[in-house]
Design a protein around this ligand. Structure first.
Ligand code: TXA
Ligand code: MG
Length: 331
């Protein structure tokens, strides 16, 4: 059931559902989450079951404010605190050493915990309402509200189509950022970028004075992170990345016979085949990330078999979009 977040009482209803141990579809500025009380192991188990996700893949715990970190994390290194000060509330997840008894199921038994304070006003209102309940919910575990390996949802309707009408979904509109949060591992003495997002390497360096390492530069370090599996974020159709010229040439070779293909490109393409679905990718990285997952879902809805995507620019602001497309293409 979709619940309009602007209706009076809806946020409280959603908070009470979490407190009861129910699942909830919740909006954030990045993507919609499939939420449960992070400290209720039975509720968290339902997330893993509904998503079809291995139970040792840790979930992000969402909190209303930086104060709540102390309920989950053992310590906060200086550079992590600087990142939190600079980017919370916002699309940044920090991985910190976990307090032994906190959020065990949510963290898949790892000795670290991923924490994020979302900036979406509805998410924030929900997390505050959770804190004010008679028995407060301090942390809300929420992976992206999609089946394991599939495209993340950026509208309440996407969530409903993924999990059916039985799930309560708090509708906070379409997500502004559109791709998942930047994840920075802060348990290694230096920031390690586990998943690129709207907050870039430059942003991180500016905030804490240290250039983040890539996880490939930390070979002994392989946390279980679904969003970092090579094949992920995949629509049903096959995704291929090519440059504009390759796409145009392939279209010319197939001529009128081209069928069941969607083209997603910044360059304008010409095709004699009317059945080819042409869609322009925005020239701006933020706009492109905002619509990326919805575009992939639209192509699936158009029942194409192939999605040919023009490779995004190599610049840093496109790293998040490049990453998601490469994983979609690897599936
Ligand atoms: O933007 C987001 O981060 C969204 C919204 C809902 O907040 N959430 C999200 O969750 O993308 P999920 O579960 O789809 O991706 C979270 C990623 C996973 O790759 C997970 O393995 C990783 O974060 N992660 C969480 N806790 C971790 C930990 N303790 N150590 C390493 N990776 C962790
Ligand atoms: Mg996900």
């Amino acid at each position: 059931m979709i619940l309009d977040a602007s209706q009076p009482g809806s946020v409280k209803t959603a908070a009470e559902a979490l407190a009861r141990g129910d699942l909830l579809g919740m909006p954030t500025e990045t993507v919609y989450g499939l939420a449960a009380d992070a400290d209720n192991d039975a509720a968290v188990a339902q997330i893993f079951a509904a998503k079809g996700r291995p139970t040792n893949h840790p979930l992000i715990v969402h909190v209303a404010d930086a104060d709540t970190i102390r309920r989950y994390a053992k310590e906060v290194p200086l550079f992590a605190q600087q990142l939190i000060d600079a980017f919370w509330p916002g699309p940044l997840t920090v991985i910190l050493p976990r307090l032994p008894d906190a959020a065990k199921a949510s963290t898949g038994g790892q000795d670290s915990v991923g924490l994020r304070c979302p900036s979406h006003p509805v998410a924030h209102a929900l997390l505050l309402a959770c804190q004010k309940l008679e028995s407060p919910v301090w942390g809300v575990a929420a992976p992206s509200a999609n089946k394991f390996g599939r495209v993340s949802p950026t509208t309440a309707q996407h969530v409903a189509s993924e999990f059916g009408d039985a799930l309560l979904v708090l509708d906070g509109g379409a997500c502004e950022v559109g791709i998942e949060s930047t994840i920075v591992d802060c348990t290694r003495g230096v920031p390690v970028l586990l998943r690129p997002g709207a907050i870039t390497r430059d942003d991180i360096e500016r905030a804490c004075g240290i250039r983040p390492l890539s996880k490939e530069e930390m070979p002994e370090h392989t946390p279980r992170a679904s969003g970092t599996l090579l094949a992920h974020y995949a629509p049903s159709a096959n995704v291929r990345l090519m440059n504009a010229k390759q796409i145009q040439t392939a279209l010319e070779i197939m001529g009128k016979d081209a069928a069941n293909i969607a083209i997603y490109s910044r360059a304008r393409m010409l095709t004699p085949a009317k059945s080819v679905v042409l869609r322009r990718m925005p020239d701006d990285a933020h706009e492109a990330s905002r619509e990326l997952f919805a575009a992939l879902r639209d192509f699936d809805a158009a029942k194409v078999k192939l999605i040919w995507v023009e490779s995004p620019p190599e610049s840093e602001d496109w790293e998040g979009v490049r990453d998601r497309l490469q994983r979609a293409a690897a599936a």
